[in-house]
Design a protein around this ligand. Structure first.
Ligand SMILES: *[C@@H]1O[C@H](CO)[C@@H](O)[C@H](O)[C@H]1NC(C)=O
Ligand SMILES: *[C@@H]1O[C@H](CO)[C@@H](O)[C@H](O)[C@H]1NC(C)=O
Ligand SMILES: *[C@@H]1O[C@H](CO)[C@@H](O)[C@H](O)[C@H]1NC(C)=O
Ligand SMILES: *[C@@H]1O[C@H](CO)[C@@H](O)[C@H](O)[C@H]1NC(C)=O
Ligand SMILES: *[C@@H]1O[C@H](CO)[C@@H](O)[C@H](O)[C@H]1NC(C)=O
Ligand SMILES: *[C@@H]1O[C@H](CO)[C@@H](O)[C@H](O)[C@H]1NC(C)=O
Length: 544
């Protein structure tokens, strides 16, 4: 009897420890302000965080609780979003226009969220008003907990490599072009860690292995990433460990993140090598260039920059995408291996076909999802839902398949049931590349193909070891199919990750809730976090 009690007590205390979360709390104060910088010799208003561009590394471990008090020292409203961080049960912290009221100029607001059940490489960026064009981004790492083995030997060092297209024009001027109905021009260059060609340096020691966490933080340009005379071993994509394959170069689409291992040569003499990120699928070849220096060597790399695939070689890119597989045996955030979630044996409960398009609506350029271009209501959807304001949005504006009798404007919300298993086909009828990003979720990328998707193409799906990630590309005139279990309550943004298309309406929200749960304020905190005490009120809620 005594034994049983002791065992029970022990069990209870473990349980309490678990639910209370012994997880460390990390507290940060970030001031977001404008600073005159000139990466390409042309002055520009750059968004800096604590005077840094890129912003500080958010260095965390699975289950850490992060509190970031953001002081808005801009002259515009501000929100930060945490690309790829799932904000489990807590879309209140997602930092996009329909989950949060903006932090007004001169105000501050504290984000508070947990890196729950996640590992991997991600980044943050400003989500409003095309401010991403002014920088304001930075790297996020979520390390494995000590008790869960990382599926490769510990690297000598880790480096964050933020690559992205860059415009010399201020973000307000770029925004004005879009507001007047135009398109963004071609970018002026490619930055690596906020720096112009040959400015970003990375130190290698002979024979050591390094982990590079690479993210495409740009507005719209796919980049091919490669290192002179070194191959890269891919180990992770946006929080999934992958089968370890070697690549001479990697296509990284806007919003995507990869970890690669790079082993330094055994040479003893000092040397330097180029690291290159080259524009893809645009009529202008631009390169971001970093320098890897062996043993602190100060000279320049020898020879020419390593060549990449040809500009419009979509076949190269598609083949590479299909070669990236999930490592079923690796443990990630939880003790059980990734592969113990058998997504391939779950029955699909709903199929959506999501088509991106471009249209002229009211004489202006707009981008659409199934015929609807998103317009923002006066009150964020998440708050309107919580306070049951009935006239802010209605579900059903956007349908499960493309509508040919549109296009039009609308506030698109798809209603979905908790635990539904969704099958989504992203269909891209246009001759340019499309990217989609889901907040709150990772998506199993089960298939890609040319032409129009149909049911017979499902035979080609990878129902075994498809990679799970938050940002997927759809090649021109092609489709990409994903599957996802809706295990995260909340109001979640699905958007074109291309900042221009996003700004011009290519997004929608998925509301994930329990069957029959009609009063969001009565949801158990076990299922979804309550509205944060510090929630900012705006729109119709200002008076509350
Ligand atoms: C990040 O955090 C990990 C785990 O706490 C620590 O080992 C590492 O040194 C930190 N890295 C940086 C760059 O702060
Ligand atoms: C914030 O802005 C105020 C005035 O606009 C300025 O005086 C102050 O130095 C700024 N602080 C930071 C940290 O940028
Ligand atoms: C604003 O910052 C102050 C301290 O600088 C802090 O006490 C307060 O909680 C913050 N407000 C919000 C809403 O986070
Ligand atoms: C460096 O030398 C070690 C020991 O001889 C060998 O195991 C390793 O494969 C070499 N590495 C490279 C990159 O050549
Ligand atoms: C999936 O559907 C099939 C056929 O309706 C059924 O036999 C099977 O039990 C279902 N599997 C699961 C995991 O629900
Ligand atoms: C389905 O798509 C495949 C691949 O594009 C095509 O070969 C096939 O003819 C299509 N089948 C139907 C019934 O449309």
């Amino acid at each position: 009897m005594r034994y049983i009690t002791a065992a029970l007590l022990c069990y209870l205390s473990l349980f309490v420890a678990f639910v209370n979360g012994d997880s460390p709390h990390l507290n940060f104060d970030w001031t977001v302000s404008l600073s005159q910088r000139a990466p390409f010799g042309v002055d520009k208003q750059v968004i800096v965080i604590n005077d840094q561009f890129p912003g500080p590394l958010l260095n965390t471990t699975t289950n850490d609780v992060v509190n970031i008090n953001i002081h808005n020292n801009l002259t515009e409203p501000f929100l930060m979003t945490w690309n790829g961080v799932q904000m489990r049960k807590n879309s209140w912290q997602d930092g996009v226009q329909e989950t949060n009221c903006p932090i007004l100029p001169g105000q501050n607001w504290t984000y508070s969220f947990q890196m729950k059940d996640q590992i991997g490489s991600f980044f943050y960026f400003p989500s409003l008003l095309l401010q991403k064009a002014a920088g304001g981004y930075g790297a996020i790492r979520i390390h494995n907990r000590a008790v869960i083995a990382v599926p490769f030997p510990r690297p000598q060092e880790e480096y964050d490599v933020l690559i992205g297209d860059w415009y010399n024009a201020d973000h307000q001027d770029l925004r004005a072009i879009l507001d007047m109905g135009g398109n963004l021009p071609l970018p002026d260059g490619i930055l690596i860690n906020g720096l112009a060609p040959n400015q970003a340096t990375f130190d290698f020691e002979p024979g050591s292995t390094y982990r590079l966490r690479i993210s495409n933080v740009g507005l719209k340009t796919t980049l091919n990433f490669r290192i002179q005379d070194h191959v890269m071993q891919l180990v992770e994509t946006e929080g999934s460990y992958t089968k370890k394959e070697y690549y001479p170069s990697l296509d990284i689409h806007v919003g995507q993140s990869y970890s690669v291992l790079v082993t330094a040569k055994n040479q003893t003499d000092g040397k330097a090598y180029y690291m290159v990120a080259t524009s893809r699928f645009i009529p202008l070849e631009l390169s971001g260039v970093g320098v890897i220096r062996y043993s602190g060597f100060q000279g320049h790399p020898l020879d020419n920059m390593p060549p990449g695939p040809s500009m419009y070689d979509y076949a190269f890119s598609t083949e590479q995408a299909q070669s990236i597989r999930w490592d079923l045996a690796a443990g990630a955030a939880r003790p059980n291996p990734q592969g113990s979630f058998h997504y391939g044996s779950i029955n699909v409960s709903r199929t959506l076909i999501i088509e991106n398009d471009v249209a002229e609506i009211g004489g202006k350029l707009r981008y659409t999802v199934n015929g609807v271009s998103f317009v923002h209501p006066d009150t964020p959807l998440k708050l309107a839902d919580y306070f049951m304001l009935s006239d802010v949005f209605e579900t059903g504006i956007i349908s499960d398949t493309p509508q040919k009798d549109l296009p039009g404007l609308g506030t698109s919300v798809i209603d979905a049931q908790y635990h539904d298993f969704l099958h989504i086909i992203f269909q891209n009828p246009l001759p340019s590349l499309q990217t989609w990003h889901a907040d709150g979720y990772n998506l199993f990328v089960v298939g890609m193909g040319l032409g129009e998707w149909n049911e017979t193409t499902m035979k080609t799906y990878n129902m075994f070891d498809a990679v799970s990630r938050s940002t997927v590309q759809v090649y021109p005139g092609s489709w990409t199919a994903i599957m996802v279990e809706l295990d995260n309550h909340g109001m979640w943004n699905l958007r074109s990750q291309d900042a221009e298309k996003w700004y011009l309406g290519q997004e929608f929200y998925i509301r994930v809730k329990e069957v029959g749960q009609n009063d969001p304020s009565k949801v158990s905190p076990r299922d979804e976090a309550h509205i944060p005490e510090n929630a900012i009120k705006c729109g119709r809620l200002t008076s509350l």
